[in-house]
Design a protein around this ligand. Structure first.
Ligand code: 4FV
Length: 249
């Protein structure tokens, strides 16, 4: 999978994209990260990529000319392939979720556009951006961190990047939060590991973990339960256990 990133600050990506799982995924050829500096498509000798907003007001706006030229150049890198989605990271975008991460992980290539300053000239959004995504209802100094969040969440879902089993039961994988994890020592500062996890009874462990997922979701994110119910993620046993905890659909 190819991630083509358009940014004014490519150096921001070294570190998060060059360590641990994502580093190994790139070394294994499971993902390719290509950084493109929008300023390289600026046409004036000062290589200007932003300008003052028409209508006045604070801050600067990313210029349409270099940004559009950069998008078109990156689109043209894979002339044989169907045009890749051009995703602008912005607080006005569709909330990014695990479900969207799974959808995007099916794509052979994504083009990620990182806004900066006050944002992007609207005419580029209207003509060349195919999707807008937000990682949360807060404002960042730039879209770069949001792009890294999206790349991390999507790349780890690609086959071979991390083992499938750890994806199947994690938070938001089926609309529920995940169960708590424990490892050695069995007793830490008078805090024991739940005995069922030391029992070796896989069925009992699985049932305990399922109940913990339901209990934690009800306690921390009760807003997730109606969707889990509506999408058929909750079994009869799940509903009986949730009813014991006081939750009914
Ligand atoms: C953002 C978000 C975000 C807004 C102005 C970049 C900044 C600046 N991107 N999810 N929240 N972007 O705050 O994706 O251009």
């Amino acid at each position: 999978m190819i991630f083509d990133v358009l940014t004014l600050f490519p150096a921001m990506f070294s570190g998060p994209m060059t360590e641990s799982i994502l580093k190994r995924a790139q070394q294994a050829g499971l993902m390719t990260l290509r950084l493109h500096n929008i300023r390289d498509w600026a046409t004036d000798r000062h290589r200007t990529a932003d300008d003052a907003p028409y209508g006045g007001g604070a801050g600067m706006v990313m210029k349409a000319v270099p940004t559009a030229a950069a998008i078109r150049a990156v689109l043209a890198l894979e002339p044989e392939a169907p045009p890749a989605p051009v995703i602008l990271l912005s607080p006005d975008g569709t909330p990014f979720t695990q479900a969207l991460a799974h959808e995007l992980a099916l794509q052979p290539r994504l083009i990620l556009l990182c806004g900066h300053y006050e944002g992007l000239d609207e005419r580029v959004r209207e003509t060349l951006v195919t999707q807008e995504m937000s990682i949360g209802d807060y404002v960042l100094t730039g879209g770069e961190l949001a792009a890294m969040v999206l790349i991390d969440a999507v790349a780890r879902l690609r086959p071979g990047v991390i083992d499938a089993e750890s994806i199947s039961e994690e938070s938001h994988s089926d609309g529920l939060l995940e169960y708590p994890h424990y490892t050695r020592p069995a007793l830490w500062e008078d805090h024991p590991v739940p005995p069922v996890l030391l029992s070796g009874h896989h069925g009992a462990v699985a049932r305990w973990r399922r109940k913990e997922r339901l209990r934690r979701t009800l306690a921390r994110r009760p807003d997730l339960l109606p969707r889990a119910y509506a999408t058929g993620q909750l079994s009869r046993d799940d509903l009986n256990f949730l009813a014991e905890l006081g939750w009914v659909p």
